[in-house]
Design a protein. Structure first.
Length: 306
């Protein structure tokens, strides 16, 4: 396989996972991006750019470069040297898939640098096994809404185009919450009732998204598997989950491990009332942060050549 002839750019989107009951299996991509500019040269050079990446390593220990090496290992080839410039719009440790965007962008960049020996399904499998679950990496790779599973036989997925008029509003607080801390509060066992609740609501949510039943989202997004346990880590979350529908939200969920909270809305309706409510929750919780309407990214990871 011929190696990449010249410079190229890889752009991978942020993602919001779980969406309530779809724990570790359901996610969508949103239009904040991690971008790599890769230029083959005689030596390897890692160049993080921008304030968001000021504390990330500028050497081969960088997470994104290690992701590129994952592609090389799966392909059984050495990774050619290159200058790799890294930028991101995705806030770190906020529940918007910053690590998944970096992981997918790195694997895709490594694959591109090697001449694309890996197909898209293999790229997904490499990313999902490294991450431990596919709910962020699958939408980061494919865009849109993705339902995915990871087992010993492989990573399996169904990609859905977003329903017409489905919009996303996110509340991004100004504090970080590590995935490890958010996972540490989860119980090791669940009751049969909670398991049935999770299965039925995850199935309803996937079905509602697949056929555009926006009226079902509020009910389908109920969850007892992770949100109730993580609520103490995210001030205001319980309020939003219970009351956001009264202010124009179609449904609400903790985004990934948090602390970002996602609300669906109908794009045919203005979002000012929802924004005002979310800012009020921030204020009452003693926090600062941003409220943004974000398009659902339907392209996924894109490679362009210079």
């Amino acid at each position: 396989m011929n190696r990449a002839a010249g410079a190229f750019t890889v752009r991978a989107p942020a993602s919001s996972a779980n969406l309530g009951p779809g724990f570790d299996s359901l996610g969508l991509s949103v239009a904040l991006h991690t971008t790599l500019r890769v230029t083959p040269q005689a030596t390897t050079e890692i160049v993080p750019l921008g304030e968001e990446l000021r504390d990330t390593p500028a050497d081969e220990s960088n997470y994104l470069y290690r992701a590129m090496e994952l592609a090389a290992r799966r392909a059984g080839q050495p990774l050619p040297p290159a200058r790799i410039e890294i930028e991101t719009e995705v806030p770190l440790a906020r529940g918007l898939g910053s690590s998944a965007a970096a992981l997918v962008a790195g694997i895709v960049a490594g694959n591109e640098l090697l001449g694309r020996p890996l197909d898209q399904e293999t790229v997904l499998d490499v990313a999902a096994r490294e991450e431990g679950h596919p709910d962020n990496v699958a939408p980061a790779l494919f865009g849109g809404i993705v339902v995915a599973t990871l087992d010993k036989l492989g990573t399996h997925y169904v990609r859905l185009d977003p329903p017409a008029h489905l919009g996303v509003t996110v509340l991004i607080p100004d504090f970080e919450l590590s995935t490890s801390k958010a996972r540490a509060v989860l119980p090791k066992e669940y009751s049969r009732a909670d398991a049935v609740h999770a299965l039925s609501h995850a199935a309803l949510l996937a079905a509602a998204l697949s056929v555009g039943r926006l009226d079902l989202l509020r009910h389908a997004m109920q969850d007892y598997i992770h949100q109730v346990w993580r609520a103490p880590l995210v001030p205001g979350l319980s309020d939003i989950l219970e009351h956001a529908h009264r202010h124009g939200a179609l449904g609400a969920a903790l985004s990934g491990a948090g602390p970002t909270v996602l609300c669906f809305h109908d794009q045919r309706e203005p979002t000012e009332r929802l924004h005002t409510y979310l800012r009020d929750v921030l204020h009452r919780s003693g926090l600062t942060g941003r409220v943004l309407d974000l398009p659902i990214d339907t392209q996924g990871t894109v490679v362009t050549t210079a």
